[in-house]
Every structure is written in structure tokens, then in C-alpha cells.
Design a protein. Structure first.
Length: 117
């Protein structure tokens, strides 16, 4: 019985790890009715021993706020990496996005930021 519990817990941990790797496509904010695009970039970073990138993105005028941040994973072989917002975001003037590679491989993301009308 003890071994069965250990096996079940191990399978649960492995499945959570694999599930987290499946999809790095992330939408932050209200991305249904998108407004004008403020920023768009195809981020390509070669692999290395410790690959990490940060992007600071701001709207061009003071009265505009970010409505939606969309980050799409351009690799579908589960080797790309992870992206997350570390500061700002929807409803703010600026956003800081951090990208970290997985398995020290290259990264390819498409970043699109929309502002509110």
C-alpha cells in the first residue's frame, strides 16, 4: 500500500510538470476586443548556459493604458521556455515581461501588446 501511494504521488508530480510544459501561450488582460497595437516583437534568443531575457514595454502616451498582453510560444516541441509578467500589465502604462529558457535551449516568442481605446 505504501508503494502504491508513492507511485501515485510520483505520477501526479510528473503529470503536473508535463502539463506546465505543454503550452506557453499566455494572454493577460481583456484580449477579446483588441485595440490598437502598441508593441509587437518576435523574440529570438540563442541557447546558452543560462538564457534569460527581460522586456520593458510602455505605451507611447501618458493617457493610454495597456489593455492586453499576448505572448505566443513559437515552438511546439516543449523546449521553448517560460514567460511571465514581473511588473505592470493590463491597466498600467508599462509592463515588464521576463523570459527564461528551458533546458538551456533557444527561445522563440511572439509578443504583442494592445492599448485601450
Amino acid at each position: 500500500m505504501k508503494y502504491l501511494v508513492i507511485i501515485c504521488l510520483s505520477l501526479a508530480v510528473v503529470s503536473q510538470f508535463v502539463w506546465g510544459l505543454k503550452d506557453s501561450n499566455i494572454d493577460y488582460g481583456d484580449c477579446d476586443g483588441k485595440g490598437p497595437i502598441v508593441y509587437e516583437e518576435m523574440l529570438r534568443v540563442p541557447g546558452g548556459s543560462y538564457t534569460e531575457e527581460t522586456r520593458d514595454i510602455c505605451t507611447p502616451t501618458e493617457d493610454n493604458k495597456i489593455k492586453c498582453v499576448e505572448i505566443k510560444d513559437l515552438r511546439n516541441d516543449l523546449t521553448n521556455g517560460a514567460a511571465h509578467i514581473t511588473a505592470g500589465g493590463p491597466g498600467q502604462k508599462c509592463v515588464t515581461i521576463k523570459f527564461k529558457s528551458q533546458y538551456n535551449r533557444a527561445m522563440e516568442f511572439n509578443i504583442t501588446v494592445w492599448k485601450s481605446y
